[in-house]
Design a protein around this ligand. Sequence first.
Ligand code: NDP
Length: 261
Amino acid sequence: MKPYDGQVAVVTGASSGIGLATARLLLEQGARVAICARGEGRLLEVAAVMRRDHGEGRVLARAVNVLDPAAVGAFAAEVGAEYGRCDLLVNNAGQGRVSTFADTSDADWRAEVDLKLFSQIHPVRAFLPLLKGAQGALVAGNSLLAYQPQPHMVCTSSARAAVQNLLKSLSVELAPEVRVNSVLMGLIGSGQWTRRFAERPDKSVSREDWYADLARRKGIPLGRLGDPAEAAAAIAFLGSRAASYITGAQLEVSGGLSRHI
Ligand code: NDP
């Protein structure tokens, strides 16, 4: 018996990186999945591979921007009609913003707070009836920046802290029907870091050397970036029945990067 046999999991931002690795792992662990991202091309490509590997009826893929409440609502309605339940919602969609206080405009602040908070709020609101019906779980992908802010990512850090605050309230309001937990990511070698690597000033530096130098400069005790599959494992654990008495908690996946106790 696999941990997610008979269950349905929704993963936002599942066409790349951590969300993609999570959807794949949940499929391996027995779930049917519903996945979304804004860009349809890449989403349909990964969905086709998932269907080939795990079966036609186990993957529902829709191009949805989690900041569009009507689109998220329609996605939830489709999941309800197609699968009839939702045991796990993984709120993962998003990206970070690199900017200091000096170079962050009001519009940038608003966009960042909007993205971080409403990428939680819209899916939770839309999937809540299904989650309650299944006595399900929400796992939010968040960042260590929530507790350990970085001045060069000032608005992302602030917005990430607000998300942790929101999740704590939700863990109380939604109990006992729905468990609410988060994973605090350090540096995970996903799409975001691939893009930053592609933009490196010295193009002669190899990927391996660039990542190793990044880990050294950041002082990651385990000496490397995390793999998306390692973040996925933590998400899958918190969403599973193995974590049935865990709510309102956060699990760090940072290679030991945090400095607080
Ligand atoms: P990737 O860029 O690899 O993947 C991001 C995914 O989210 C893509 O599928 C993207 O597809 C989708 N997405 C982005 N915005 C939206 C949106 N508004 N609506 C729906 N889908 C969206 O990044 P990661 O895997 O690294 O990031 C996943 C999450 O983890 C993000 O929230 C990120 O901020 C967070 N995180 C990552 C860290 C890291 O080191 N990698 C560290 C801390 C936090 P599309 O663009 O087509 O919409």
